[in-house]
Design a protein around this ligand. Structure first.
Ligand SMILES: C[S@@+](CC[C@H](N)C(=O)[O-])C[C@H]1O[C@@H](n2cnc3c(N)ncnc32)[C@H](O)[C@@H]1O
Length: 230
């Protein structure tokens, strides 16, 4: 007979703690994948979820889950659970869905403690205005320590060419965030890792990383990127 996967102690079921995989990219829906990972095991989250705007680039490429928001609150609840006490999550977001993001983050337990603006030297599109910025919220679990040298909440941007992903973020812009807000040797999580830009930034800053991605093609790209010698 197979042994039970749990023990009963004090009238409660106790499951063995799974070790958090690190320096790897997991393929799957991050809500389901994160549900199998241990609580309070991540030092910093830097992520770039779908903007819930039905994005399609000039080549016709689209982003999975970019037209629905049913993943949003469950995903950030899991992110919050996985974060150690007194740590930060920085999440890019699309301003057209601000209400949905803000209410999901609050429901998960996050406190908004900063807002970052990245000024692009070019316009992503033009309409009523020339769209030339990206933005991200800084979300706290508990009361993270203040850094010795905080990063400005307005900074520049580098065009990636989006060769590896339709909304590829520049590693150079992510690195100062990792270096400043994740302790040395800490673990950086990106549950919507796309082509792995956050993971490459984490590795180049000497941090451990864990990426999760739904799209198999992007998983292949991210795995290849993090394997490349720096
Ligand atoms: C805005 S893109 C991230 C791009 C990334 N920052 C980069 O530089 O390549 C968001 C990614 O989240 C992925 N995604 C959407 N829903 C997901 C889910 N439930 N679980 C994991 N990944 C998901 C999409 O396939 C997409 O690659």
């Amino acid at each position: 007979m197979m042994p039970a996967p749990y023990r009963v102690r004090d009238g409660h079921l106790h499951f063995p703690e799974v070790a958090l995989p690190e320096d790897t990219v997991l393929h799957g829906d991050c809500v389901q994948v994160m549900a199998g990972l241990p609580s309070e095991s991540v030092d910093f989250v830097l992520t770039d979820p779908p903007y819930i705007c039905g994005y399609r680039d000039r080549l016709g490429r689209m982003i999975a889950n970019d037209t629905c928001a049913d993943w949003l609150e469950p995903a950030f609840r899991e992110v919050y659970r996985l974060m150690k006490p007194d740590t930060l999550c920085i999440s890019f977001y699309g301003w057209t869905a601000t209400e949905a993001f803000v209410s999901a983050w609050a429901a998960a337990g996050f406190r908004r403690v900063g807002h970052l603006v990245f000024c692009k030297p070019y316009a992503s599109r033009s309409g009523l205005f020339r769209a030339s910025h990206e933005c991200a919220y800084v979300l706290a679990k508990g009361k993270p320590p203040l850094p010795a040298r905080p990063v400005s909440d307005v900074s520049g941007w580098v065009y990636t060419g989006n060769r590896l992903h339709p909304t590829q973020k520049p590693v150079e812009v992510l690195e100062p965030l990792v270096r400043t807000y994740c302790p040395e040797g800490g673990l950086v999580l990106d549950p919507f890792c796309g082509s792995g830009s956050t993971l490459v930034a984490a590795r180049s800053c000497g941090r451990r990383f864990l990426g999760i991605e739904l799209d198999e093609g992007h998983v292949t790209t991210a795995r290849a990127r993090v394997r490349q010698p720096s």
